[in-house]
Design a protein around this ligand. Structure first.
Ligand code: HAM
Length: 420
């Protein structure tokens, strides 16, 4: 069916309406507080970058090869909507001279939009949003441990119970070539049984065969990266396992874990949810010690993660976590428009969540509107300019009269607010 291009949103995108926005704000607040607690500073980068930057990250990466939104602007510049945050953050850190101020540099980004032309399904969108963090300049496993600890703390505080951390090492430029060869030899003996995608990937990026769902049977017998690590990569992985224990982050080694971007070295990790279907990774990341240099910067070790906000919200709904409604209106002022606006403004200035009827309808209609807003108290203004205001408690179903100039103070006291 042809979509109505005016009345429907583009495929693979989502709207956030007021009733759902509270859940977003709650997890955003948790992410912001934790990032600050863990010592990360915020970065924001543009939604699009030069195509060269995004495509530099790896032509054998599916996301970059087949899923980017590339376009030319009216000045014929080649631009790409960012499919992820890492390359843009590296670019911004280099351009802004962050590394020159001393290392390590710890940054995070929040509700960062990312665009990938993928086949939409539950948990897989064409525009999604990430909470991500990156640490630059720390070569040892402490940075990896800290990132995983932040992810674990964030998911726990958000209310997720059913997530587990998977960890693997995919080696480095020293030891990965031999592992690659072992994988190619293993899979070459089985090409006839492989899916078309994997037949294509075998020459370019054999590690990706390990996380192919149709070819899972073959992957189960494949050689493990962990058995092909050089001494330095082995030490890094052992050190990380020990530090995760120190930090109190439970994890499991997953020999089939590889990641979708080419830039990873050594550590890769993912937090996987048990109940949201095939797109089960709530977030993932790892170490990418070569990327800063590949993008024109000084050799700088780095590690980071990205976590999908939509997937997290999906997982919270799946775990039966109630929605997070907006705080209801504390005071609704019913009466003639100008007088109602005056008292509403006084209440707002005093810190109350207050509202009135901008349509100036009948008193009965205004009460119905107050009900819809969930107003706890309705102040009914007197007909004349002077005279008492009636405060009706919509929950207790009681009412009392208060002098007009006392209404705001009384309500502030009732709401437990200190005098201003
Ligand atoms: P990624 O695994 O491609 O890694 O994405 C991170 C998370 O974003 C995923 O685990 C998932 O929750 C969410 N996500 C990815 N694609 C989609 C999609 N199409 N629809 C909905 N959610 C999605 C990265 O992006 C790396 N930059 C992470 C990183 C940071 N590595 C090092 N530093």
């Amino acid at each position: 069916m042809k979509q109505n291009a005016v009345a429907s949103r583009p495929r693979g995108t989502e709207d956030v309406l007021p009733e759902a926005a509270g859940a977003w704000r709650r997890i955003e607040g948790i992410a912001r507080d934790l990032a600050a607690q863990y010592g990360f500073g915020e970065v924001r980068t543009p939604s699009f970058e030069h195509t060269e930057l995004i495509h530099h990250v790896g032509e054998s990466t599916d996301v970059v090869q087949r899923e980017t939104y590339d376009f030319s602007d009216r000045g014929a510049r080649g631009l790409t909507l960012r499919p992820e945050g890492t390359a843009p953050v590296v670019r911004a850190a280099l351009e802004g001279g962050l590394f020159a101020r001393g290392l390590p540099v710890k940054v995070y980004y929040l509700t960062m939009s990312a665009f990938r032309y993928e086949r939409p399904e539950a948990g897989r969108l064409r525009e999604h949003h990430q909470f991500g963090a990156e640490i630059f300049g720390a070569p040892g496993p402490a940075a990896d441990a800290e990132l995983m600890a932040l992810m674990a703390a964030f998911l726990a505080e958000a209310g997720i119970r059913d997530a587990s951390a998977h960890l693997n090492s995919i080696g480095c430029p020293v030891c990965r070539p031999a592992y690659r060869e072992a994988l190619v030899a293993y899979y070459s003996a089985r090409t006839a049984t492989l899916c078309a995608d994997c037949q294509r990937r075998l020459a370019q990026n054999p590690l990706r065969l390990l996380d192919c769902k149709p070819d899972r049977e073959a992957a189960l017998g494949a050689p493990h990266a962990a058995d092909h690590l050089c001494a330095a990569c082995r030490d890094h992985l052992d050190g990380l396992c020990a530090l995760l224990q120190v930090a109190g982050v439970p994890f499991e080694i997953d020999h089939l874990l590889v990641r979708g971007f080419d830039y990873y070295t050594r550590t890769v990790f993912e937090f996987v949810h048990g109940g949201i279907g095939s797109q089960a990774a709530l977030g993932g990341g790892g170490r990418y010690d070569g990327l800063v240099e590949a993008l024109g910067g000084p050799a700088t070790p780095a590690a980071g993660f990205g976590l999908g906000m939509e997937r997290l919200l999906l997982a919270l709904r799946q775990e039966g976590r109630a929605a997070d409604p907006d705080a209801p209106c504390e005071l609704f002022v019913a009466g003639p428009t100008a007088a109602a606006l005056r008292l509403t403004m006084a209440a707002r200035r005093a810190g109350l969540r207050a509202d009135f009827d901008p349509l100036g309808r009948s008193l009965k209609a205004q009460f119905r509107y107050a009900d819809r807003l969930g107003a706890r108290i309705v102040a009914v203004l007197p007909e004349a300019d002077h005279g008492a205001v009636t405060l009706r408690d919509m929950v207790a179903k009681t009412q009392r009269d208060v002098a007009a100039d006392r209404v705001v103070d009384e309500l502030r006291q009732a709401a437990g607010l200190r005098p201003r």
